[in-house]
Design a protein around this ligand. Structure first.
Ligand code: PGA
Length: 247
């Protein structure tokens, strides 16, 4: 993968098909290199992928079933995601870990399955406020990386990008400080040499058009994972522009 800095929007449970198409129609003519990825709801995957065909924009899912197929009411399989034209999936987001009780074992099965089926993976890691206060940040992050990537061949791991999202900085309009982000990214990249030739780490948590530039300037930040500020096309474009200028 060489499209860094990478800006990834995570729409979470927002936008209908009509809204997704309207957003992408506005984004499409914009200069979208190096990398712009959007993680949209399952229902909007096919229409979104169709809308961005032939552009720099990549569409992906925010979750995926841990099994290839079967009697799993309500689940969406890797094959179903791929059929829509999606090219990546976000796995291990803290909202999945916390609200849907996904542990490292479940996330590992999903990562494995996605990579085996040629979907790229954004693997989210991040400590809670309590874990940080207890001085357990490093232990938690390394466990999440190790757990998520366990027994996956290294040539496949090359298609995984890490996203450091401290749980205490998500959706609160107050990102982690640049010092913390730089320090943690350096630490993860160092640990990542066990898995990658080049380990890429995105930062996520309360990024907006006003603060994106500060993070994109940091040497160990390879891009951003943007929640709320990716919902408005104007603010998302401003962040993309800052990525352009940054490296
Ligand atoms: P936020 O969300 O930008 O709204 O803080 C980031 C994320 O959860 O990926």
């Amino acid at each position: 993968m060489n499209n860094f800095p990478l800006i990834v929007g995570n729409w979470k449970m927002h936008k209908t098909v009509v809204e997704a198409k309207a957003f992408l129609k506005q984004l499409r003519p914009h200069r979208c290199s190096p990398g712009v990825w959007l993680a949209v709801p399952f229902t909007a995957l096919a229409a979104s992928a169709h809308e961005v065909m032939g552009t720099w924009i990549h569409i992906g899912a925010q979750n995926m079933a841990e099994w290839p197929s079967g009697a799993m009411t309500g689940e969406v399989s890797v094959e179903m995601i791929q059929e829509t034209g999606a090219s990546f999936v976000i796995l291990g987001h803290s909202e999945r870990r916390r609200l849907f009780h996904e542990d490292d074992g479940i996330i590992n099965r999903k990562v494995k399955l996605a990579l085996e089926n040629d979907l790229k993976v954004i693997l989210c890691i991040g400590e809670t406020k309590e874990e940080r206060d207890q001085g357990r940040t490093e232990e938690v992050l390394f466990r999440q990386i190790e757990g998520g990537l366990r027994a996956i061949p290294l040539e496949r791991v090359a298609h995984v990008v890490l996203a450091y999202e401290p749980v205490w900085a998500i959706g609160v309009d107050c990102p982690a400080s640049c010092e913390i982000v730089e320090e943690i990214h350096a630490m993860c990249k160092n640990y990542g040499t066990n898995y990658w030739k080049t380990c890429h780490v995105l930062y996520g948590g309360s990024i907006n058009a006003k603060n994106a530039r500060d993070f994109l300037r940091l040497p160990n930040v390879d891009g951003l994972l943007v929640g709320k500020a990716s919902l408005e096309v104007q603010s998302f474009i401003e962040i993309i522009d800052q990525a352009h200028e940054s490296k």
